[in-house]
Design a protein around this ligand. Structure first.
Ligand SMILES: O=C(O)c1cc(=O)[nH]c(=O)n1[C@@H]1O[C@H](COP(=O)(O)O)[C@@H](O)[C@H]1O
Length: 236
């Protein structure tokens, strides 16, 4: 499969979501359903997006005790989604439980959703890690180490900044998925993101997929920005 540009459908009401999808009509999309959308519109939105032929990354970032995560993943596997995620900070048992839950929840004949783990949120920088989270190791070392932990727990890949992709490939191999948010065109507002790269840089750094939210969802012409960023991402 072609490496995807995943659109984060982070919009604060259903009408705006429908208008965005309408403006992108005719495109076969990879979309991200995050907490805001899932908690508002629930399973129904997943069914609708599937019916429209889109691929889905369900981003609920599970982080709980292993038993709860395992049982929740069993339920989420029934939604026929393509990617789902957890926080690597939940540890090895939790991540292994997530994988097991997905295996048991996937019906025979269907494909198990790809499981990825968030290393360090792209809204975090080294300063925040040291001052607030009391993590004193360099950010890149922590991200690489979480990626290795994820891999050894049976997880298929990670969410990280594209800046860390070469290090992750070094440690975990190039077939380990790297999904990278914190993507902006030069000149776009960065907002709360700290580790930011452009679509072209993400391609050069070797990301498997990029996640783009506000640059597209907040644009006057989302289709034009989507096409522009996709071209940059594909190196056209
Ligand atoms: O798991 C994610 O998708 C995620 C992880 C991370 O480290 N950083 C991050 O920004 N995200 C998500 O990626 C999207 C980025 O949105 P924009 O900053 O608007 O492009 C949001 O939906 C975030 O929830």
């Amino acid at each position: 499969m072609q490496r995807p540009l995943i659109i984060a459908l982070d919009l604060d009401n259903k009408e705006k979501r429908l208008a965005l999808l309408e403006s992108l009509k005719g495109e076969s999309l990879y979309v991200k359903v995050g907490m805001e959308l899932f908690y508002r519109e629930g399973n129904k939105v997943i069914e609708q997006l599937k019916e429209e032929g889109h691929r889905i990354f369900l981003d609920l970032k599970l982080h709980d005790i292993p038993n709860t995560v395992q049982r929740t993943m069993k339920e989420l596997a029934k939604l026929n989604i393509d990617i789902v995620n957890v926080h690597a900070a939940g540890g090895q048992k939790m991540m292994a439980g997530a994988r097991e839950g997905l295996e048991t929840g996937t019906s025979s004949g269907s494909r198990r959703p790809v499981l990825i783990a968030v290393t360090q949120l792209t809204s975090t920088d080294e300063q925040t890690m040291q001052d607030e989270l009391l993590i004193q190791r360099p950010l890149t070392e922590v991200v690489q180490s979480y990626a290795l932990l994820a891999k050894s727990s049976g997880v298929d890949g990670v969410v990280c900044s594209a800046q860390e992709v070469p290090l992750i490939h070094q440690a975990c191999g190039t077939s380990f998925y790297t999904v990278t948010p914190g993507i902006r065109r030069v000149g776009d507002e960065v907002g709360d993101q700290k580790r930011v790269v452009s679509p072209g840089q993400a391609r050069e750094l070797g990301s498997w997929g990029i996640v783009v939210g506000r640059s597209i969802t907040g644009a006057n012409d989302p289709l034009q920005v989507y096409r522009e960023m996709k071209q940059q991402w594909e190196g056209l």
